[in-house]
Write a protein that binds this ligand. Structure first.
Ligand code: FAD
Ligand code: NAD
Length: 466
C-alpha cells in the first residue's frame, strides 16, 4: 500500500477569522403601559402575560398599594372579628375561605422605582407605585410621570377608574371624607370608635353597603351611632322598583342605621365650639351634628388624561369613547369604570362594577397583544349585599327608571333568611334588558342568556316555567 499523503498545512484564510459572537442581549420591547393600578389594569396585565409570557408589561399607579379589589372594603372587612383587619386586609369570602384584598403578593411583581425601570429585563409584571401619570401623548407613544420622566409605550391602557364626588358646599376638614381606597378604609376604621356618631351621605351602592357595615360594627361595640342621609325615597331607589326600595330601607333600619330618606343636604359646616360637623338639610328646615361624615354620592370618571390627549369623551356618560374592540385610538385602549363602550345587545354604556373592570380589562389586554382584535361582547354582572344575610346579583340595565316585572317566591322553612327569593326583569321598549336576582344565586349565566337573546317581556311566563 502506498503511504498516505502527508498532511497538508492549512491554507491561511483570506478573511480574518470572525470574532466569537457574544449572545446578543435580549431585546427589551417597548412596554405595554397600563395606567392605573386597579382591577382593570391587573386583569389586562394577566391577559397580556398569558398570551406573551416575555412581554414587557408595566402597571403604573398613584396609590401606595399593589392592585387590590375594592368590594370587600365596604362589606366583608367590616364583618371580620379580627380587630387588626384594617392592617391584615384579609376577609372571608362567600364560601368562608380566607382571602386577601390584594390580587397577588408584592413579591410576584418586579417593583420599579422610576421610568428607568421600564428597560429592565424581567419575566414578571412590572409595578411602578406612588407615581401619577400626568400626560399621555398618543402621537409620540409616550406617557409622562409626575417627576417629569417619560416612558415610551408599544400600546397603552387607560384604566384610571373614578374619583369620588364631593358635595357642592363642604369645607376642607379631616372629619369629612370619601371612601374608595385602602387608605380611606384605614382612616374610617380608626374613627369608628365608641362615642362617635357617623353620618353617611348617599343612598346608592356605597352609601347603603357602608351604612350597613358600620352598623354591624356598631352592634359589637357600645355607643356608636350611624345615620344615613340621602335625597331619594329609600335605599337603592335609583336601582330598585319602589316596593323593593321600601323593603330594603326597612331592612337597613332594622340593622341599626338611622335612615333619613328624602333629605337634601344644603351644606356641611365645621362647628368650631364642639369639634363636630353640622349638616344643614332641607332648605334650612333640619340640621344634624355628627362627629364624622362619609360622602358617598357617586364618582366622576378620571378622564383628564384622555381629554388632554385629544381622545373623544362621551360627555353624556362622562367616559372615554371606544370602539367595540375597546380602542380609543390606534394603540390606546380603555377599560373599567371610565370606558364608554358599545354593548352590542344594549347600546352604549358605562359600567361602574367590579366584574366589568375584570372582563373589560382582560379583553383589552387580549386585544393589545392579539393579531386579531375581537369585539367586547361579555355581559358583565354585579352583586351587592345588605349585611351577610341578604344579597343580590344582576345583569344588564338595572335602573328604576325602567319598567319592571317582578316574580317572588313565597319563603319556605329552608330559606335563610326567612323571606322569599325574587326575580326582577327590567324592560325597555318591551325587551328584557336587565335581570335582578334577589337572594337567588348561581343563575347569572341564565340571566346573561336571556338578555343576549333579546327576548320580549311577554316571554317571561315561559321563562319561569323552564
Ligand atoms: P379602580 O379600581 O378605581 O382603579 C384605578 C386606579 O387608577 C386607582 O388606584 C387610581 O389611584 C389609579 N389612577 C387614577 N389616575 C391615575 C393616574 N393619572 N396615574 C396613576 N394612577 C392613577 N363593584 C361590584 O361589582 N361589586 C361590589 O361589591 C363593589 N364594591 C365596591 C366597594 C367599594 C368600597 C368601591 C369603592 C367600589 C366597589 N365596586 C363594586 C366597584 C368596583 O370596585 C369598581 O367598578 C372597580 O374598582 C373599577 O376598576 P377600575 O380598574 O376601573 O378602577
Ligand atoms: P352611586 O352612583 O351608586 O350612588 C350615588 C348616590 O348618591 C345616589 O343614590 C344618591 O343618593 C346620592 N347623591 C347624589 N348626589 C347627592 C347629593 N348632592 N346629596 C346627597 N346624596 C346625593 O355611587 P356610590 O354609592 O357613591 O358608589 C361609588 C362607586 O362605587 C360607584 O361607582 C358604585 O358603582 C361603586 N360601588 C359599587 C358597589 C357594588 O356594585 N356592589 C358597591 C360599592 C360601591
Amino acid at each position: 500500500h502506498p503511504a498516505p499523503p502527508p498532511p497538508q498545512p492549512e491554507q491561511p484564510s483570506i478573511e480574518a477569522a470572525p470574532a466569537p459572537i457574544a449572545t446578543p442581549p435580549k431585546k427589551i420591547q417597548k412596554p405595554y403601559v397600563l395606567i392605573g393600578a386597579g382591577t382593570a389594569s391587573f386583569a389586562a396585565a394577566q391577559a397580556i402575560k398569558e398570551a406573551e409570557p416575555d412581554a414587557n408589561v408595566i402597571i403604573i399607579g398613584e396609590e401606595a398599594y399593589s392592585p387590590y379589589m375594592r368590594p370587600p372594603l365596604s362589606k366583608e372587612i367590616w364583618f371580620s372579628e379580627d380587630p387588626q383587619v384594617a392592617t391584615t386586609l384579609k376577609f372571608k369570602d362567600w364560601q368562608g375561605s380566607e382571602r386577601s384584598v390584594f390580587y397577588q403578593d408584592d413579591s410576584l411583581y418586579h417593583i420599579i422605582e422610576d421610568a428607568s425601570g421600564s428597560d429592565v429585563p424581567t419575566d414578571k409584571i412590572k409595578l411602578l407605585l406612588n407615581k401619577s401619570v400626568t400626560k399621555l401623548n398618543v402621537e409620540d407613544h409616550t406617557v409622562t410621570l409626575i417627576d417629569g420622566s417619560i416612558i415610551y409605550y408599544n400600546k397603552v391602557l387607560l384604566a384610571t377608574g373614578g374619583a369620588p364626588k364631593q358635595l357642592p358646599k363642604q369645607p376642607e376638614s379631616s372629619k369629612i371624607t370619601t371612601f374608595r381606597t385602602i387608605e380611606d378604609l384605614k382612616q374610617l376604621d380608626a374613627i369608628v370608635k365608641p362615642g362617635t356618631h357617623i353620618a353617611v351621605v348617599g343612598g346608592g351602592f356605597l352609601g347603603s353597603e357602608l351604612a350597613v357595615a358600620l352598623a354591624k360594627r356598631a352592634s359589637k361595640e357600645k355607643d356608636i351611632q350611624i345615620t344615613q342621609v340621602f335625597p331619594e325615597d329609600g335605599n337603592m331607589a335609583n336601582v330598585f322598583p319602589s316596593y323593593l326600595t321600601k323593603w330594603t330601607t326597612s331592612r337597613v333600619r332594622n340593622l341599626g342605621v338611622d335612615v333619613k330618606a328624602n333629605s337634601v343636604i344644603d351644606a356641611l359646616e365645621t362647628s368650631e365650639d364642639d369639634n363636630k360637623i353640622l349638616m344643614k338639610m332641607d332648605a334650612g328646615l333640619k340640621s344634624l351634628k355628627v362627629d364624622h361624615v362619609v360622602v358617598a354620592i357617586g364618582i366622576e370618571p378620571r378622564v383628564a388624561l384622555a381629554r388632554d390627549a385629544g381622545l373623544e369623551i362621551d360627555e353624556q356618560r362622562a367616559g372615554v369613547m371606544v370602539n367595540a374592540e375597546l380602542e380609543a385610538r390606534k394603540d390606546v385602549y380603555v377599560a373599567g369604570d371610565m370606558v364608554s363602550f358599545h354593548d352590542i345587545q344594549l347600546g352604549r354604556r358605562r359600567i361602574e362594577h367590579h366584574d366589568h373592570a375584570v372582563l373589560s380589562g382582560r379583553h383589552a389586554g387580549q386585544n393589545m397583544v392579539g393579531q386579531k382584535s375581537k369585539a367586547y361582547r361579555h355581559q358583565s354582572m354585579f352583586w351587592s349585599d345588605l349585611g351577610p344575610e341578604v344579597g343580590y346579583e344582576a345583569v344588564g340595565l338595572i335602573d328604576s327608571q325602567l319598567s319592571t316585572v317582578s316574580v317572588w317566591a313565597k319563603s319556605t322553612a329552608q330559606d335563610t333568611p326567612a323571606f322569599g327569593k325574587g326575580l326582577v326583569f327590567y324592560v325597555r321598549d318591551r325587551k328584557i334588558v336587565g335581570l335582578l336576582l334577589f337572594n337567588v344565586f348561581g343563575k347569572v349565566q341564565e340571566a346573561r342568556n336571556i338578555i343576549d337573546a333579546g327576548l320580549t317581556s311577554d316571554k317571561i311566563d315561559n321563562l319561569l316555567k323552564k
